[in-house]
Design a protein around this ligand. Structure first.
Ligand SMILES: NC(=O)c1ccc[n+]([C@@H]2O[C@H](COP(=O)([O-])OP(=O)(O)OC[C@H]3O[C@@H](n4cnc5c(N)ncnc54)[C@H](OP(=O)(O)O)[C@@H]3O)[C@@H](O)[C@H]2O)c1
Length: 269
């Protein structure tokens, strides 16, 4: 947390990570965030009470760790811009979907340590999930350094790079899928007569609690589901409706589609 960190592309996920790192103890004097538009830089600087710039090269020059948070289609442009400042003693950590470490190493044209990470928006409350892998010039220690960063805003898992698009489709897109489930359960509560506020709380805390039990016990989800499902009770009737509505296969297809899409983003200009 005493490292100097540039955050290039302080948009939704860059902003979340920056705020998480500041909350975790990174010194505001040691962060160098950038965005594309000057007016956004001014607004963000006011909101975060730290300087925010538009000069990626200057930010990269001052940093030991460069956190790249721009859209996949903008990665090449930004890497070419900062290339003169990115020396092998620095670490580039990219959260861009779809962009491989080999692609970034190629653009940087040198033995630059690169780590690819795929976080998600719940990092904003310290409940994020981040998958990480390293490029060919990064050491295990540098991968560990990147991991420690993301550990401050949630959980982390090291995966082989071939799985990064799957991580994108599951845990990075996943919050959007889960919010739809959360909203639908709340709507269901309203349908059966609950006040909306209570229905939303019941829904959100139920998802939170169920996820926590799965994480803390390590029990198989099917076993946890069975514990709720009393023979001839009401839960089994609800489960029959879910199976009839193909909830499982729909969720599987959603993750498969998002994973496939993650493979394509880098191909777009
Ligand atoms: N959102 C997620 O849940 C999530 C999760 C994991 C990974 N990611 C990845 O994170 C990346 C950003 O996604 P996002 O959702 O955060 O998008 P976003 O909100 O649109 O943020 C992109 C940011 O990049 C800035 N930018 C654009 N061109 C730039 C340049 N040349 N130099 C410096 N900054 C530049 C934009 O500046 P302005 O503000 O001035 O437009 C904006 O702040 C993507 O590659 C995505 O795959 C996103």
């Amino acid at each position: 947390m005493d490292r100097r960190v540039a955050v290039l592309g302080t948009g939704k996920i860059g902003g979340i990570l920056l705020q998480g790192l500041l909350k975790a103890g990174l010194s505001p004097q040691h962060v160098f965030p950038t965005v594309r538009r000057a007016e956004r830089a001014t607004a963000l600087a006011k909101q975060l009470s730290i300087p925010v710039g538009t000069d990626n090269r200057a930010a990269a020059r001052q940093a030991e760790i460069i956190l790249l948070c721009v859209k996949p289609q903008t990665v090449r442009e930004v890497l070419e811009e900062i290339r003169p400042e990115v020396t092998p003693d620095k670490l580039l950590v990219s959260v861009a979907a779809s962009v491989s470490t080999a692609y970034m190493e190629d653009v940087l044209q040198g033995p630059i340590p690169v780590v690819r990470a795929m976080p998600n928006t719940p990092c904003v409350v310290g409940a994020g999930m981040t998958g990480l892998c390293k490029g060919k010039h990064a050491t295990q220690t540098q991968l560990e350094t990147a991991r420690q960063f993301f550990d401050t805003v949630g959980r982390t898992v090291l995966v082989e790079e071939k799985h990064m698009d799957a991580v994108t489709g599951l845990s990075a897109s996943g919050p959007a899928f889960v919010y739809i489930i959360l909203e639908s359960l709340a709507e269901a509560g309203v349908k059966v007569g609950l006040p909306r506020d209570a229905a939303t709380l019941l829904s959100a805390q139920t998802l939170h609690g169920a996820a926590r039990v799965a994480l803390e016990t390590g029990d198989h989800p099917a076993q946890l589901k069975d514990a709720v499902t009393t023979p001839a009770g009401c839960t089994i009737d609800g489960i029959m409706e879910l199976e009839d509505g193909k909830l499982r296969v729909t969720l599987i297809k959603a993750v498969v589609k998002a994973t496939e899409r993650a493979k394509e983003l880098i191909l777009e200009r």
